[in-house]
Design a protein around this ligand. Sequence first.
Ligand SMILES: NC(=O)c1ccc[n+]([C@@H]2O[C@H](COP(=O)([O-])OP(=O)(O)OC[C@H]3O[C@@H](n4cnc5c(N)ncnc54)[C@H](OP(=O)(O)O)[C@@H]3O)[C@@H](O)[C@H]2O)c1
Length: 273
Amino acid sequence: MDPPLLYDCSLITGASGGLGEEFASQLAPHCRRLVLVARSEDELGLLRDRLQSENSDLQIKVVNADLTSAEAREELIATVKEGEWAPSLLVNNAGMGDYGEFVTGDWKKMEQMLSLNIIALTHLTHGLLPCMIQSGHGAVLNVSSLASLLPIPDFAVYAASKSYVTSFSEALRLELNEHEIPVLTVCPGPVHTGFGEIAGRDGSLEDSPAREWFFVSREEVVLEALLALQREQPRSYPGLKVSLVATALASMPPAILRYFMRNRPRAVPEQED
Ligand SMILES: NC(=O)c1ccc[n+]([C@@H]2O[C@H](COP(=O)([O-])OP(=O)(O)OC[C@H]3O[C@@H](n4cnc5c(N)ncnc54)[C@H](OP(=O)(O)O)[C@@H]3O)[C@@H](O)[C@H]2O)c1
């Protein structure tokens, strides 16, 4: 089923690969303009060429930006906040993770993750919402994670950063109710993308703590997210297994949750006494 959305202009962060590229592909037939944002110039160029050949009427702007840089974010906001490139749909998708115990983690990587997952998402939303409010229509889709629902040892900073995204998005949705600008929080479980390789650390027992049966395809994640956006749902957990797990987690007492998290396989072996 195709989501019959029509956005004048959609801006997608992290469009050079993974879920962001899939968002761009599925949104392209339903938009007049697309703004594709990421650092990798070559990948964005290839994506632009493909989408252009498949959608001849579509106008595409590629923006190479490192969203952990405040100047790059300011420049992006200034470039698109007015005129025909002002987004009516903002897809805050760019994000990264870091598997492994907190204390031995690389601070620079953690800082980059906090800056991308939290500050960039908040800054772009803050910079681009006024043009949506002024034009009288728009929508925000924030990519969070199933990990936002619980504290996860060896994924502590990532899970906490996504808790921020989920909480922020839910509160913003209520604030924007009067302007009729829906905010959707998308909470995927594990998906095969470039995420695992970037999150992995040398020496960790496994790159991803998730089991293969639990993975959902990127096509399914994005399609379910766009259908949820169309229905103006507050949240989407794409994939049946993921949504069942989310329901179970939400109803679990904290003591039981702690027990399960304490006894789950660790990315780093525990020291023998
Ligand atoms: N894959 C999963 O299992 C999973 C599960 C739940 C939630 N998520 C969330 O889904 C979102 C997309 O992740 P993904 O799985 O598609 O991962 P991915 O394949 O690694 O894609 C990440 C995207 O973010 C961009 N990006 C990374 N650092 C950036 C920076 N400093 N500035 C601008 N763009 C940057 C990357 O492009 P460049 O490198 O070209 O900049 C890339 O386009 C993330 O928010 C992630 O937390 C993923």
